[in-house]
Ligand binder design. Structure first.
Ligand code: P6P
Length: 329
């Protein structure tokens, strides 16, 4: 099924403003936060487009809180996000994959509704050196002033997200967003510097014989996953794996299929982070009509977080494909 094409010319900025227009009394239009994310996306895309030319690639030589080698662009993307979001009065706390602790910005006693923005500034950054797809993932929750420690305000289940999305830096720059009322997709037109809408209320195919996972870890997957893989290969499924969750999930949103990151010997609780990878991508997938699970009977968005950087197994994508995987677990 070919994705529908939105014939009207509608920009991300117009979509953001329409939220204000449609909800004049709401103090939750998120306009300023979403515009900060749009600016960040353009700035990061510009750096990535010229990466080899300005020798920004390569490791800065130290590791981040995840123990992963930080790419210079990781640091740069993180700085861009912190600076653009930090200036928005609506933002109480930012939490980044690149920062050990969330950054508490403000919680004025003015009674104003504020939000926490959690993000992975450059997901899949190891693809940068080889010009592979990389992405930014973001999740927005209401700041909970009642939390004893303000930082705990970021520890909310994915079902409490008010918005989520990703930016994919590939052959084109794609901004995909949900505010809980469907999925909108925009593509950056560099000639005018605007994100133009290409999908309104995107619905993913409910089945497609494609799976996406790192088969190098197969022997350490729990038996159920190995049995699923064996079955899928007997059914002549195709395998597609970009090594960047944003690129893999983007493909599945448009074409269908299932993405998996099971528990492995190296990552017994899964590798992907709950708060700023699995939750936002899970909200997008569910809003597009798919399923996002951590185990047979565990919906990702129902997990109550206990740590900022906690990890989770991930099975997400087309409803029928996810249900088939679960039937083997
Ligand atoms: P592996 C990128 O590092 C990432 O966090 C996700 O974007 C991606 O899906 C996964 O890890 C890739 O992990 O172990 O297959 O290289």
């Amino acid at each position: 099924m070919q994705p529908s094409v939105d014939p009207t010319i509608n920009t991300l900025q117009a979509h953001i403003l329409s939220q204000e227009h449609d909800n004049p009394r709401s103090n939750e239009t998120l306009s300023w936060i979403l515009s900060a994310l749009s600016i960040s996306a353009k700035a990061i895309a510009a750096q990535i487009r010229r990466a080899r030319l300005i020798d920004v690639l390569g490791n800065v030589g130290n590791a981040n809180v995840q123990g992963e080698q930080q790419q210079k662009l990781d640091v740069l993307a993180n700085e861009i996000m912190l600076r653009t979001l930090g200036r928005r009065d609506d933002v109480a706390i930012v939490a980044s994959e690149e920062n050990e602790n969330p950054v508490f910005l403000r919680d004025g006693v003015d009674g104003k509704r504020r939000f926490c923005v959690l993000f992975d500034p450059l997901d899949g950054s190891s693809n940068l050196d080889v010009c592979g797809g990389v992405g930014t993932i973001f999740s927005i929750v209401r700041h909970d002033r009642r939390a004893n420690d303000p930082i705990e305000s970021v520890l909310q289940a994915g079902s409490r997200q008010v918005a989520a999305g990703y930016i994919l830096y590939g052959p084109s720059t794609v901004f995909t967003l949900t505010l809980g009322r469907g999925v909108q997709m925009f593509v950056l037109d560099p000639s005018i510097g605007a994100f133009l809408r290409v999908e309104e209320d995107l619905q993913m195919p409910d089945a497609h014989k494609h799976y996406s996972l790192n088969e190098g870890n197969r022997l350490s997957f729990p038996d159920g996953y190995q049995n699923y893989l064996h079955w899928a290969q007997e059914q002549t499924y195709s395998s597609r794996y970009a090594g960047a969750m944003v690129a893999d999930i983007h493909r599945i949103l448009l074409k269908g299929g299932v993405f998996l990151y099971p528990p492995t010997a190296k990552a017994p609780k899964g590798k992907l982070r709950l708060l700023y990878e699995a939750n936002p991508m899970g909200m997008i997938v569910e809003q597009a009509g798919g399923l996002a699970m951590a185990a047979r009977d565990q919906r990702i968005l129902d997990i109550e977080p206990t740590q900022v950087h906690q990890r989770t197994p991930v099975i997400m994508g087309s409803t029928k494909e996810v249900e088939t995987v679960l039937s083997f677990l």
